[in-house]
Design a protein around this ligand. Sequence first.
Ligand code: SUG
Length: 448
Amino acid sequence: MQQFEVNFDGLVGPTHNYAGLSVGNVASQSNANAVSNPKEAAKQGLAKMKALADMGMKQGVLAPQERPDVAALRRLGFTGSDGNVLKSAAKQAPQVFLACCSASSMWTANAATVSPGADTADGRIHFTPANLTNKFHRSLEPEVTGRILKATFANEKYFAHHTHLPDNEHFGDEGAANHTRLCRNYGSAGVELFVYGRYAFDSSKPAPSRYPARQTLEASQAVARLHGLDDDGVVYIQQNPDVIDQGVFHNDVIAVGNQNVLFFHEQAFLNTPAVLTEIRRKFDDHPLHFIEVPTSQVSVLDAVSTYLFNTQIITLSDNHMAIIAPSECEENPAVSSYLESLLAMDTPIKEVKFFNVKQSMRNGGGPACLRLRVAMTEQELNATNPRTLMNDILFARLNQWVEKHYRDRLSEQDLADPALLDESRTALDELTQIMHLGSIYPFQQSAL
Ligand code: SUG
């Protein structure tokens, strides 16, 4: 039985824009109000997906969400026709309005936490959508995320879907961005690393002071319980509060793992030696590669601006891994020279491939933010909605779809244009047919 790691990338939605919504995310803050190009953003994402598929990887696509989120605006008291809701919200509460327009569901590393069947008590793949409570614009995502995941992994024999955790800061959960899994091969039981930024119920414990810690230990523990994980297969790690205060808002901005490789910055965690000892013990002392990047070679600032750790480490064949990095890493002298030295080390990482995902990077979303990893057996892959799996046909079809429906320029004023809402709904309606997703969007349900 073959086993794979399948990357499910988020398709960038038609309202991709820069609204400066994420305090603690340096790129989002510094590009607030810049003009975006949704068409280019979607095509950059599709090009990365296709390139990975062409490398022999299994690659999936997750549909975007409906934005502007008219239902959320109505819940907040805006009334009248949909056009009226947009117009009055944009005028009376511009910040609320912008939050309801974000295409942030593209960063599917935040869609859910996923545990493969090899790790769970009932042998199924478990999905818990992230509640994303820390940012209002992101807290709008989990319900529809759950529907998209159910339409993509629609077979109860193989897939278990949980409801997102209670919508409260105590259980702030950011999904796979704070979770990575080490294993010998994708089909055997692994060690799941849950990284949290603070304790929900104990304010005497270390926590950042400048920027928010989005994930709590208690949320991570709840997800591990829901997924039926064995304590011997789980390690909880506290993120270093100092790096959160320097713009590391998710662990995947400072660390990434794949199979028996953990690639991380010297300052990523609290109590690093104890963490590494626990991982080694739980990995049953099988060979592990801890690649720790020293501050003297790459500063936290450079890690945040280039997203060196928001890379995908993928396995192309036995003992041959590649790093999928954003082009910002190639452009930064310290980071590109580090990457050169990494290839000369005795690790399974043998090559680096650079990708231009700048439209997403400007909002703080690198290659790894754009993907949700699902380790699967062949049977589980066969039970997955085939219309969500990347191939030449889907790639051509989605590019045509983007070309037909997306704008190449979007500024803040454009978001209140009722024509944009119509265009987006028409596009998403067509997408649900292309990808055989059923009626997952609120506008499709109220039209029933
Ligand atoms: O949650 N940016 C996202 C970026 C998420 C990156 N994901 C991972 N690291 N896995 C966020 O901060 C910015 C939207 C804006 O400002 O318009 C935003 O939501």
